[in-house]
Design a protein around this ligand. Structure first.
Ligand code: ITT
Length: 196
């Protein structure tokens, strides 16, 4: 029987992207599907700590194997911002457009547009926690392009591409993405631990 893992997120885009990488190998249950309605806190100053917080809250609640992920956009000229604050950069509303507007405003006059997405997955398997990281290097563009994806996708071009993530279909974003790289490590780990 396929192993079941709860994915501790309220972000459906993340669920779609991770499911497309994991395929049918594991049974991924969303919070909604598990009947859990909770706004998981992200109070910490690092992606690692916030990812741990999210998985441990759900583990305490369900006592089941689960994982979470925290992702940040780290912009060189802004000393790594918005980073851990990516979701709420322009305020508690977590509004994607407001966040992009604030980012572009803060980059006016800068010459270095280098940036990276970093994803940290926290897995709790049989009561022990494991972390996996995925990084996608690229750059920010000053004019938004594309309507696919979510968050900062319309202003981020990964290295070795000339399209923003928002101009790509999910399958193409997956070739480059931070989230896929972290998920690959998660899958490999689960297989090595005899979890199928
Ligand atoms: P959960 O905590 O419920 O998982 P969230 O949306 O709050 O969902 P994060 O705390 O990880 O997720 O916030 C990261 C923010 O960074 C997210 O709201 C987006 O604005 C942005 N982001 C994350 N992954 C992204 C991606 O692949 N492409 C573009 N923007 C992304």
């Amino acid at each position: 029987m396929r192993s079941t893992l709860i994915f501790a997120t309220n972000n459906q885009h993340k669920v779609d992207e991770i499911r497309s990488v994991i395929g049918d190998e594991f049974n991924i249950i969303t919070l909604k599907e598990a009947g859990i309605d909770i706004d998981i806190p992200e109070p910490h100053d690092s992606l690692e700590k916030n990812a741990s917080e999210k998985s441990s809250v759900i583990h305490k609640l369900t006592n089941q194997n689960c994982f979470s992920e925290d992702t940040g956009l780290e912009v060189e000229a802004l000393n790594g911002e918005p980073g851990v604050k990516s979701a709420r950069y322009a305020g508690e509303g977590k509004n994607f457009q407001d966040n992009i507007d604030k980012l572009l405003k803060n980059l006016v006059g800068k010459t270095n547009y280098n940036a990276r997405f970093r994803t940290v997955i926290s897995l709790i398997l049989n009561n022990k926690e494991y972390l996996f990281e995925g990084i996608c290097d690229g750059k920010i563009i000053p004019d938004q392009k594309g309507n696919n994806g979510f968050g900062y996708d319309p202003v981020f071009i990964p290295n070795r591409s000339n399209k923003t993530f928002a101009e790509m279909k999910m399958e193409e974003k997956t070739i480059f993405s931070h989230r896929r790289k972290a998920t690959d490590k998660l899958i490999q780990f689960l297989k090595n631990h005899g979890t199928h």
